[in-house]
Design a protein around this ligand. Sequence first.
Ligand code: AQP
Length: 333
Amino acid sequence: PQRVLSGVQPSGDLHLGNYLGALAKFARIQHEAPTFIFVADLHAITVWQEPSKLKQQVREIAAAYLATGLDPKVASIFAQSAVPEHAELAWVFNCVARLGWLDRMTQFKEKSGKHKERASVGLYTYPVLQAADILIYKATHVPVGEDQKQHLELTRDIAQKFNNDFAAPGFFPLPEPLTQGPGARVMSLRDGSAKMSKSDPSDYSRINLTDDADAIAQKVKKARTDPEPLPETMEGLEGRPEAKNLVGIYAALSGKTDAEVLAEFAGQGFGAFKPKLADLAVSVMAPIGGEMRRLLADPGEIDRVLAEGAGRAREIAAPVMAEVRRLVGFWAG
Ligand code: AQP
């Protein structure tokens, strides 16, 4: 990768899916390329956020970044709203993207629910802001969970159309999603066909980063399963989404492949497997929650990290935006 960018919304408690699909990847990739990781507070307000709580929510995500291994000396960590170029470029991209492209976005359909006429316009154009987040840094690689693949394709379409429309071949790169690897799609602990999600009303559907050891163990114990023992091969997990999910979580947390996990546990039932999974989940997740609590107890360090990160981010974003203004022909260009 030449330049890496990603972010997470401060819109609720982070969970194991966010960790495996996103945060754990950030920590790994920061040593391979210049890395920009932001807290997406502009995205968060696409659904209502209590103004008096939003800053603290931003700090919590920043704490999660630090607790999961992002190093502020290596990666730039900042709040999206501290870099106004994101929103400015998003406006230009709103005029590049086509309605037909956005109409195809499945996440809007899921998140707007039954009454889409009552959803905010921002929720609809959310993927356009996401394209701006990425391209304002001319990022080439974006570590995200699998659910974000469609949005990344839209980002590529926007980059290509901008480059064509404004006769600037190669101005924006066509960024690649980095979705591969274990944990790219963690499913709910209550329903193996739904993704683990912050907005699921059941707290037992997910393991939160801030859960203590007891809560983590309880949730693993109560996770939905089936009565069959674990099979010898992956084919044996077909049609057993809950079993497949737990095997996948074990693999991702232990750094093993699914096949290695099955080789270890084939023939055993969940009565034997779950306690092992609970121990593993506690050993990885509980220290993260502990470190987050330590950081949040005295947020001075977090605030310094965010201020410094925003400064570094703007050094890249401002000249790119100046160039966009010139290309578009703006008066203030
Ligand atoms: N279940 C998941 N498995 C793997 N990766 C996941 N991600 C989210 N859920 C899973 C990845 O985590 C990052 C967080 O993105 P976000 O907070 O900006 O938004 P999101 O995708 O809407 O996350 P949530 O937690 O699922 O929230 P809701 O409930 O609002 O939908 C992204 O990289 C995402 O791929």
